[in-house]
Ligand binder design. Structure first.
Ligand SMILES: Nc1nc2c(ncn2[C@@H]2O[C@H](COP(=O)(O)OP(=O)(O)OP(=O)(O)O)[C@@H](O)[C@H]2O)c(=O)[nH]1
Ligand SMILES: [Mg+2]
Length: 439
């Protein structure tokens, strides 16, 4: 994670537009020439905080924290400790209760941790209160995901989308920021704080920027619409799925292209479209940004044009990482997100990937647990791969296939399944035309 929080936010995770240089009144993300964002040289350390409700199983809590740690590491931070507090609902003022807050403060001070990451979104006032109490950078789930997106975005569209998400995140937090700044300047109670007029001015600056970015996205959208027109008629297939399940690996395999695939969350933020020809049947295959639980709606909205690739597809290939202990919930998250973007009723193939890694004995052993974890809680045994196959083949309404993209297992079957479905769509659309004629 960048020292000076990527788009120029200060240590509080917030930044006032007027802190910019005189020439440019709006906060600008600091990008390097290669499109990455400026990062600090020494690695930042982070502690994680989760507030699960009382009924959530320890194993689930652990799995969610593993995911949050993975996100934090992807953003460049090293996680040193996890704090969990079970509450009916988070504290309205400081998210965690007073006692837990004191514990976190003591740890952060003692270990010189640089930031505290929360597994949920914080309200602007919670963010402000936590900053005041802990005196380190506070990062909530949205900010963390936006930060990773900002590092990954390469195309003009993806960058503009990220910038829009950044300003939308900033807008409701401007007021809190003022309080923070006046406190930083040593302003006592008697000192006059910034007036409503100034806050309004800054809100206007940010709102203008948001409007500008939306317009820019519309322009970019028009350009890509023209591109899309030129490929009209060809069947379009989109790879969708939770983040890190192997979408880009499958894309590379099927299209022999070279899309960036990596064991990190959100390796793909830009969508890529490739023309693929299998058995003489051409179709367009697109690799898209992965989904994740609690993906902020705002962020989904900012990524509208990327998601159009999914909305406009004729067929969805839903990739699942079967080796992940939470794969069933991940399937639900993906289906729910597809509903949110109104792409749920498309024909779909379900591809269970990473069968080479599937191990019924596996449960989360590679962590130290967290304070408050119930050591007695048993692990439910997982079914064997054969049992899973039988269950899913029987219960799913969509065609199902089990593969390993890495070990090239069952790939010919995947190709055959794809071709069958693409051809069916094609012939339905053009009953009298050979697929080769549409290019
Ligand atoms: N063991 C194993 N690893 C795989 C398999 N398929 C992909 N991977 C690995 O899983 C990681 C994620 O793969 P990607 O293709 O980047 O996944 P993605 O779904 O595109 O991820 P995002 O773009 O981050 O959403 C990479 O390290 C891949 O090498 C597989 O079948 N088996
Ligand atoms: Mg990818």
């Amino acid at each position: 994670m960048a020292k000076n929080n990527d788009w120029g936010f200060n240590s509080s995770g917030t930044r006032h537009p007027n802190q910019d240089d005189g020439k440019n009144k709006t906060p600008q993300p600091k990008r390097n020439a290669d499109g990455t964002y400026e990062t600090g040289t020494e690695q930042e350390t982070a502690v994680l905080v989760a507030v699960p409700d009382k009924r959530q199983a320890d194993e689930k809590t652990q799995e969610y924290l593993d995911e949050l740690a993975f996100l934090a590491e992807t953003a460049g931070a090293q996680v040193t400790k996890r704090f969990v507090q079970r509450l009916e609902k988070p504290d309205t003022r400081t998210f965690v209760g007073e006692g837990k807050l004191a514990e976190i403060r003591a740890y952060v001070k003692h270990s010189k941790t640089s930031m505290v990451i929360f597994d949920d979104d914080l309200s602007p006032s919670q963010l402000r209160n936590l900053e005041a109490e802990l005196e380190v950078k506070i990062v909530d789930r949205s900010l963390l995901i936006i930060d990773i997106f900002a590092r990954r975005a390469k195309s003009a569209t993806a960058r503009t989308q990220v910038e829009l998400a950044q300003y939308q995140y900033l807008l409701p937090r401007l007021t809190g920021l003022w309080t923070h700044l006046s406190r930083q300047r040593g302003g006592g109670v008697s000192q006059r704080g910034p007036g409503e007029t100034e806050i309004e001015t800054d809100r206007r600056v940010v709102r203008d920027r948001i409007a500008f970015l939306k317009e820019k996205l519309e322009d970019l959208d028009k350009q890509s619409n023209t591109q899309r027109k030129s490929r009209e008629g060809v069947v379009r297939v989109a790879l969708v799925g939770y983040t890190n399940v192997g979408k880009s690996t499958i894309m590379n395999m099927l299209s022999r292209s070279d899309v960036f695939a990596e064991n990190k969350l959100f390796a793909t933020v830009d969508s890529t479209v490739r023309k693929v020809v299998l058995d003489n049947i051409p179709f367009l295959l697109s690799d898209t940004v992965g989904f994740i639980r609690k993906l902020p709606t705002r962020l989904i909205e900012s990524f509208k044009s990327t998601l159009d690739e999914i909305r406009e597809a004729d067929l969805l290939v839903h990739v699942v990482d079967i080796s992940h202990p939470g794969f069933e919930e991940q399937i639900e998250v993906v289906n729910d997100t597809l509903k949110d973007i109104e792409a749920a009723d498309k024909p779909m193939l379900l591809v269970f990937n990473k069968i080479d890694l599937y191990n019924p004995e596996a449960h989360n052993e590679n962590h130290d647990g967290f304070e408050g974890m119930n050591p007695e809680e048993g692990h439910t045994p997982r079914p064997t791969l054969e049992q899973l196959k039988a269950t899913y083949m029987a219960q799913m309404h969509d065609p199902v296939i089990f593969i390993s993209a890495q070990e090239r297992e069952n790939i010919d079957e995947l190709r055959a399944l794809l071709v069958r479905h693409v051809a069916a769509i094609h012939y339905k659309r053009y009953p009298n035309q050979q697929p080769q004629d549409v290019e």
